[in-house]
Design a protein around this ligand. Structure first.
Ligand code: V47
Ligand code: SF4
Length: 369
């Protein structure tokens, strides 16, 4: 048994807490990062995962629309964006083009469109509200998960609307839920160094809290494995865990591995696979009030995503259909990320987990026994 094998008393007491479903503290979280071996945190995380979800591993059928990669911000880790002054090097999709993308999935059993992109100074709140209305007119059952808190913060401020007014407006236009992007690392010691001009931690959390209060669900990410220290990761997870205690509106936590291809942080070494698996495991142990932990396969690669299923992860996102460029431009091995449902099902079954196709809100669409 894990507890008996662990000689370190402090680690042993953390294991006891986890086995007895007691919450671990910030100090415990830090200790796990500093001292917890892969096998120790992995075995515990797998216990928690199996307690919560058994063998079930969720995926969905989705596609992305990336309206533009032109962005007013200049995050140092971003390989994808182009400044407005260089917009001829990037792309700006018209409303018509985006609706054509939606129509190209007519008759296909996708359940979700994920809309996310750069923060374009000329694509405003009304432009996006109109797009949402037209998508819903065309395909009312398609769940629209869209816009990071960074995009929303900029849109609302430009439209001179409060977060609550802006969120209600977009929700009424058809926005169903928010993705988890833009969170990066909340702690100002790091945020100021990697993305100092976009919405800060308090602003990000306020936007998600407002969405939750309006009955919308959202996700949360953390960009790890660059210049942050372990205590920054714990601080990030603690802020999210606190908000979740208050609202219960988060569905999924998604640790995002920093990729160093072609950006201003290319000199920073990427984390090892062992460190990635430890990150997922500790996230499962710490985020006790987040129902789901997701590994985003276009960024990790298929094999590593498969491995995470033994380290606390119970969701590997979706089919994606080669419709995102964020990670291929940052150096991921997945240059054209697309998997058929059969491929996703096989990937999950190969490691003896049970695939379940879900909707965005984890409603079961199909079980594969
Ligand atoms: O916020 C940008 C990240 C995020 C890099 O909610 C990078 O279901 C690694 O949030 N290396 C956007 N990461 C994507 C995102 C997301 C993806 C999939 C599912 C969901 C969901 C959300 O991508 C950004 C940033 O943290 N990112 N550049 C990079 N070089
Ligand atoms: Fe813009 Fe997002 Fe890239 Fe930052 S991460 S530069 S906000 S597209």
């Amino acid at each position: 048994m894990i507890i008996a094998n662990e000689k370190d008393k402090s680690l042993q007491s953390i294991a006891e807490k986890i086995v007895s479903k007691e919450r671990i503290s910030e100090e415990d979280g830090l200790l796990l990062f500093e001292k917890g071996s892969l096998s120790f945190v992995g075995a515990l995380a797998n216990q928690v995962r199996e307690r919560m979800h058994g063998d079930v591993t969720y995926f969905n059928r989705n596609f992305h629309i990336e309206p533009t990669n032109v962005c007013v911000f200049a995050c140092k880790f971003c390989s994808y964006s182009r400044l407005y002054a260089h917009r001829e090097e990037g792309w700006e999709l018209t409303e018509e083009r985006m609706l054509d993308i939606v129509k190209s999935y007519d008759g296909q059993p996708v359940t979700e469109v994920h809309i996310v992109g750069g923060v374009h100074p000329k694509m405003n709140l009304h432009f996006f509200a109109d797009l949402l209305r037209k998508i819903k007119q065309h395909r009312p059952d398609l769940h629209i998960k869209g816009f990071t808190a960074v995009e929303l913060d900029y849109m609302f401020r430009k439209a001179k609307m409060s977060v609550e007014e802006g969120m209600k407006y977009l929700h009424e236009a058809g926005l169903d839920s928010l993705p988890g992007g833009g969170a990066e690392i909340f702690h100002p010691e790091i945020r100021q160094q990697i993305c100092d001009d976009k919405v800060d931690a308090e602003g990000w959390l306020h936007i998600h809290e407002t969405a939750h209060r309006l009955g919308m669900h959202t996700n949360a990410t953390m960009l790890y494995g660059h210049i942050e220290k372990y205590y920054h990761r714990v601080d990030h997870m603690e802020r999210l865990r606190k908000l979740q205690d208050n609202t219960g509106g988060f569905n999924t936590f998604i640790p995002l591995k920093f990729r160093n291809g072609d950006n201003e942080m290319s000199h920073v070494k990427e984390s090892s696979v062992i460190e990635d698996m430890r990150m997922y495991a500790i996230a499962r142990l710490y985020m006790d009030n987040f129902p789901h932990l997701k590994a985003y396969w276009p960024m990790l690669g298929r094999q590593n995503a498969q491995l995470t299923l033994s380290f606390g992860v119970n969701d590997i996102d979706g089919t994606i259909d080669d419709s995102t460029k964020i990670y291929s431009m940052a150096g991921s091995e997945e240059q054209s990320p697309a998997m058929s449902t059969e491929q996703l099902v096989t990937l999950i079954k190969q490691v003896k987990r049970r695939p379940v196709e879900r909707g965005t809100l984890y409603n079961v669409i199909q079980e594969y026994n």
